[in-house]
Design a protein around this ligand. Structure first.
Ligand SMILES: [Zn+2]
Length: 290
């Protein structure tokens, strides 16, 4: 590694550490109802921390819709994008602003989101999204088990996106339909061919933003988040909020996602993903609109 790059990495690591427990770092405890937060930031992010704390106060009661905030959450404001990536062990995710785990939210200080920083509304939306992740993880498991529940990305991202009211960012269903028709392998025969394959249930998992999101996640995150959002909207419309909540509760009682989904919804999650794909490709949403 060139010396300059090595120095940069060291600087980033040093900064990352400094936010939690380092010299000059600030810590504030915030309680909202039964939810407890500890906010860590550097002095230059005092203003950003005020925005984040305001957003936590607004979002915490709403996050309970999809889970429970029973364990305390450390909220760490990183002073740069590089520091955020270092903290969450990702590299090259330019669009990433935050990362949520069971008891921690790492976020890039809103001060650095753009030349003029971020508006309260933008911070509120991001915090609502990340808190939904924490609430869902905390109901689905404990600090040891939450990672091993096989929760698919579409479910966690879709819930968080719906809870944070981010539909306006996610593109139209029509665009997602075009993606399915264009991107799925062997899509010769154009639209008609692709539809016929989907209708037969032969559509491949490869390239599917619900069933195989990882290859798309870094470069085409908009497709992954868009599909996730629309899939959860579809799930809620078809099966109702209570059954969706039940998926998370069943995980909290010991099941993993696939079994919990099947028990709460009545079909497997792969079958649901095919139903959703058919609905999008066949433009079932048009019939709904009539
Ligand atoms: Zn998310």
């Amino acid at each position: 590694m060139p010396r300059a790059a090595a120095a940069l990495v060291l600087a980033v690591l040093a900064t990352g550490c400094a936010v939690r427990g380092g010299e000059g770092a600030r810590v504030e405890d915030v309680t909202v109802g039964t939810a407890r937060f500890r906010v860590h930031y550097l002095p230059e992010d005092a203003g950003a921390a005020r925005q984040v704390i305001g957003a936590l106060r607004a979002a915490a009661p709403r996050a309970a819709r999809w889970g429970i905030l029973s364990s305390p959450i450390d909220v760490v404001l990183h002073p740069t994008h590089a520091a955020l990536e270092a903290a969450v062990h990702r590299d090259g995710y330019e669009w990433l602003r935050a990362w949520a785990r069971f008891g921690q939210i790492d976020l890039q200080s809103p001060r650095t989101w753009g030349l003029l920083g971020a508006s309260d509304a933008e911070v509120g939306e991001l915090v609502a999204h990340e808190l939904t992740h924490c609430a869902m993880y905390q109901l689905a498991g404990d600090e040891l088990t939450w990672m091993y529940k096989d929760i698919p990305r579409w479910f966690s991202e879709g819930l968080a996106s719906v809870a944070a009211g981010q539909g306006y960012r996610r593109g139209e269903l029509q665009a997602l339909g075009r993606y399915y028709e264009d991107a799925l392998p062997g899509s010769g025969g154009g639209v008609a061919g692709a539809r016929a394959r989907v209708a037969r249930g032969n559509a491949s998992v490869v390239g599917d933003p619900l069933l195989d999101p990882d290859p798309l996640y870094q470069e085409q995150s908009d497709v992954v988040y868009g599909a996730a959002h629309h899939a959860v909207v579809f799930l809620l419309a078809r099966y109702g909020e209570e059954r969706v909540h039940r998926i998370v509760k069943l995980m909290g009682e010991g099941q993993r996602f696939p079994a919990a989904f099947r028990e709460a919804i009545g079909i497997g999650d792969a079958e649901f993903a095919s139903d959703f794909r058919r609905y999008v490709v066949w433009q079932g949403w048009r019939k709904d609109a009539r």
